[in-house]
Design a protein around this ligand. Sequence first.
Ligand SMILES: [Cu+2]
Length: 384
Amino acid sequence: MARHSGTPTDEGTRFSALSGVVVVLLGIAVAVVGVAALMSMQAADDARDEANAASTPPAAGQTLAGPDHATDHNTALPLASFAGVVPENAAQLAEAHKPYDATLPPVPAGDLAKVQMTLRDMVVEIAPGVKYSTWAFDGHGAPGPVVHVRQGQTVEMTLKNGGAIPHSIDFHAARIAPNVAFRDVAPGESFTFRFVAGDPGVFMYHCGTKPVLAHIANGMYGAIVVEPKAGLPPVDNEYVLVASEWYLNGDGIAKPASLDMGKARSMTPDWTTFNGYANQYVTHPLTADPGDTTRLWVVAAGPTLDTNFHVVGTIFDRAWVNGDMTQFQRGVQTVAVPAGGAAAFDVKIDDPGLYPFVSHAFAHVDLGQVGLLKVGNPKGTMSH
Ligand SMILES: [Cu+2]
């Protein structure tokens, strides 16, 4: 930054005193010196003003003009991606991360299944060292808790809003007037409604408050499994996987990121995940014994993108496509699970090994929607 040799007032005083003594003797010469001094003062002032302008951010609503400055409303700018941006110690952080428990919880006894969730605004990690400010069902981060009931049970849902703005909960497993049951719950309030889980399957639940895109993108989603009354073929392990994507307005490393609505609208996520955290079941695999049949309940929460579910190294023995529990397909390799939809899969695996489960739309794998089913206790790693 340019600096004055003195303040404008000092400079002016000195000039006046000097000119008073020598004006008669030097006449024009002094006038030339004086003009030069004034010009240099003016140049220094201009330089200072320019430096100040460059270092001062524009006021709200004001834009910087000129070819070297982008305006703050230039929607033609490309969206900055933070895909794969993690701190240097990401590997240790991934190890230290406690994975979301994918195990299907048991069905509660009796005819009434009481579910209580308190919505909280909280910061969670969505990838190693990557923090995000979520709106979280039941203080879980994303997804919310898995609800597991039996067909015919009544679900009594109580949503308490501990957050800063209104929220709601929409169960895809319910046949109910949404304007009544899925209504907005104001901050500090609690709301209870009931529905009969009459249709078996696996369903999404989510906040339905407008704009729904923002509420789902901020982590307000989860899975409900409605076990058919007649039961299903017995299996050895059951896991729930909720696929979703995250749209970040920063890398989330130095400070938590929050939603970039422009990216959410243009469907360009920074991370895609199973159960809310990139690659968590690569570092902490789901497990099975050789010969086990494992059931995977998969929900695609979106908010917008589908999941093309595939398990590498095997073929689905049973695939309840679209969560239709009245029939299953056999010998299927990949099943599209639409955003807002779900499906269930059985895989019987005899050979010990590491079996990746992925969205086979491989950009999803690159962004973190991949995990491992570890069968037996094999050595080595799997590159997916
Ligand atoms: Cu909400």
